[in-house]
Design a protein around this ligand. Structure first.
Ligand SMILES: Nc1ncnc2c1ncn2[C@@H]1O[C@H](COP(=O)(O)OP(=O)(O)OP(=O)(O)O)[C@@H](O)[C@H]1O
Ligand SMILES: [Mg+2]
Length: 305
């Protein structure tokens, strides 16, 4: 891994966003092929400040491929990727970061045995004193990390504890606070709640909302429509590498989103198969018609008392 020496964002990544109302990041017909495997094709997506854009989809749908293009890990092979209205083609994650696009991966690039505050500044440490006797400014890093975590409403007992001792949810929260502090304008989260229980997921969702309220455009990757609907402003569902659905919150209900994710016909077939297996109660599964029919918004007059 190489460092190009520009790794000192401080908290003041220049707010390069010109005064424009358009999306920070936009994909137009973007796609990616790995050799002759077409992982992603013809995807349109917009990321606006102070909004959470949810990207949903089953395993292999192309979610990770999509964010790798935006975060500079892979390059798109079709269509356009624009940042602040300008076409870009990132060759390294560093280039994306320099545009204010920060990505929190599920396996979180943290050092488990290092204290929380140290991980907060990993790769962008604060220093003091003139060269060549410059050294780490530990007191200032601790104080800043503490303050920044508090600003996001994250209270940890002890910033000296190794980050490996925090829960998965807490680590996600520290990563979110870190991205906010280092001036991210777009925050990409790849399945941050996938490995978490109900309560911890709730905590992570809270900080996704907090990041949004601080003006960031958030891309939230998940396969959980309930989590998406709790914080999402826009929903994009991928299926086999193409965009199957793109809807604003006002255009879709949680039921409809869930049905899209489940795939009505597929679930009906699965239900039929499961019915043949002893000990599986298929009564609890929704009917196929419920899944394919548009969700009824007004009850019919029959039988109302
Ligand atoms: N480096 C690669 N080389 C070849 N094919 C790849 C590569 N990465 C992904 N693919 C293929 O691209 C498709 C989309 O994969 P991707 O990882 O983007 O899906 P995903 O939606 O993130 O899935 P998951 O929910 O399992 O993480 C899959 O068919 C996958 O096999
Ligand atoms: Mg993935």
């Amino acid at each position: 891994m190489t460092s190009n020496g520009t790794g000192t964002h401080g908290a003041v990544l220049p707010d390069t966003a010109p005064d424009r109302n358009g999306p920070i990041v936009e994909l137009r017909g973007a796609g990616k092929s790995y050799g002759n495997i077409r992982a992603l094709h013809g995807v349109d997506l917009e990321v606006h400040p102070s909004q959470v854009t949810c990207v949903l989809g089953d395993n292999g749908a192309g979610k990770s491929t999509l964010i790798k293009i935006i975060s500079g890990l892979h390059q798109h092979t079709e269509g356009d990727v624009l940042v602040d209205g300008e076409p870009v083609r990132f060759t390294t994650p560093r280039e994306a970061l320099d545009k204010g696009i920060a990505t929190v991966y599920q396996d979180l690039a943290t050092v488990p045995l290092m204290p929380v505050w140290r991980n907060f500044f990993l790769g962008s440490e604060m220093t003091k004193g003139p060269w060549p006797i410059r050294r780490l400014d530990i007191a200032r890093m601790k104080e800043t990390a503490d303050q920044e975590l508090r600003n996001m409403g994250i209270v940890l007992d002890d910033l000296e504890q190794p980050i490996g001792t925090l829960s998965g949810g807490q680590r996600q929260c520290v990563a979110i606070a870190r991205a906010v502090y280092f001036g991210a304008r777009v925050l990409i989260l790849d399945e941050p709640t996938a490995a978490l229980g109900v309560k911890q997921s709730g905590v992570v969702l809270k900080y996704i909302a907090a990041a949004r309220d601080r003006g960031l455009g958030v891309i939230f990757i998940t396969h959980n429509p309930h989590h998406a609907y709790m914080v999402g402003d826009h929903f994009s569902v991928l299926r086999l590498g193409t965009l199957e659905l793109s809807a604003a919150r006002s255009e879709i209900t949680l039921e409809e989103l869930t049905n899209h994710m489940a795939g009505g016909a597929e679930l009906a077939a699965l239900k039929h198969e499961l019915a043949q297996v002893r000990g599986v109660d298929v009564e609890e599964l929704p009917e196929a018609e419920d899944l394919t029919a548009p969700v009824a918004t007004s009850p019919s007059s029959e039988g109302t008392s």
